[in-house]
Write a protein that binds this ligand. Structure first.
Ligand SMILES: C[S@@+](CC[C@H](N)C(=O)[O-])C[C@H]1O[C@@H](n2cnc3c(N)ncnc32)[C@H](O)[C@@H]1O
Length: 277
């Protein structure tokens, strides 16, 4: 019997979130919302702290700034604490909470809310956006990005995904004797279009400041490390033990990149900054 591991820390977002291309995508969002000039900032769905680190690099006065790093995952927050090392001091306050409890999780209002690659997890976005609006000071700003929206897969990437999945399933079956179990699939997430996000924000009491969709060339290392992230493995290969799923996805990925002699696969990222209306 094969040894399997489902240890949560081992399947964290950390390796992906430190990749230069991902840092650039998030840095662009922070630029859009001029994050760093504000004093009280929430990093919502902070995960393993990659974006918290970017915010910290921009703050002007550590003495006057506080960053609330919020996530419901205890293991992600543990990773974030070690990721930030010495910089965690009093500037960053880690808050373990579902984002849906934002209203009570943090006292007082804030000048900015940064929400990177995480809003697609939340089914009731309208209620959450209402809570975010309540948390913002009158001139407060919200910055959201996601690579899981309706329109995030350029047609040029569809063939790649089909081949990658086919290869991974073959490896799973031949080398591990397992197949995904569709009944274990996590509840499918509703993907909105860019226009639907904009309308939702406006209906929730925001004015759109900037909205852009960027074509990002994701390198093989991006797909490789995302294949080691729990949520990705569970989404693509439901019911498969995490370490087995990771192995199959990473091996399948190598095969497709080698076969096709490619360096990157494109993905679209939606970034929106919005002010409290
Ligand atoms: C893809 S990671 C992004 C992490 C981080 N923002 C970054 O870009 O590096 C998504 C994070 O959202 C968190 N998350 C998902 N749903 C959540 C919820 N309802 N409440 C709090 N955190 C949530 C997950 O635990 C995970 O850490």
């Amino acid at each position: 019997m094969e040894e399997t591991s489902n240890n949560t820390e081992e399947f964290s977002f950390s390796a992906f979130s430190n990749l230069p291309f991902y840092r650039q995508v998030n840095a662009r969002l922070l630029d859009l919302a001029e994050v760093g000039r504000q004093r009280r900032i929430i990093d919502l769905g902070c995960g393993t702290g990659g974006v918290t680190k970017l915010i910290l690099e921009r703050i002007q006065s550590a003495k006057e700034t506080v960053i609330f790093a919020v996530d419901h995952s205890a293991s992600a927050l543990r990773d974030a604490v070690s990721e930030l090392g010495g910089r965690k001091d009093s500037v960053v306050r880690f808050v373990q909470s579902p984002v849906q409890n934002l209203k009570t999780a943090i006292n007082g209002d804030v000048d900015a809310v940064v929400y990177c690659n995480s809003i697609h997890y939340v089914p009731d976005k309208k209620t959450l956006l209402g809570q975010i609006r309540e948390k913002l000071s009158p001139n407060g700003i919200l910055a959201i990005n996601t690579s899981f929206f309706d329109g995030s897969h350029p047609p040029a990437s569809e063939e790649f995904f089909r081949r990658w999945l086919m290869r991974s399933l073959r490896i799973l079956k031949r080398e591990h004797g397992v197949m995904p179990d569709a009944s274990k699939k996590v509840e499918s997430r509703q993907h909105l279009t860019a226009a639907e996000y904009e309308i939702l924000l406006e209906d929730s009491g925001f004015t759109i400041v900037k909205s852009e969709v960027a074509d990002i060339d994701v390198p093989e290392s991006g797909w490789y490390h995302i294949s080691g992230f729990r949520d990705w493995i569970e989404g693509v290969l439901p019911g498969v033990p995490l370490d087995v799923g990771r192995q199959a996805l990473q091996k399948g990925l190598r095969q497709v990149f080698e076969e096709r002699q490619i360096q990157t696969i494109p993905r679209r990222w939606l970034s929106i900054s919005a002010a409290r209306a």
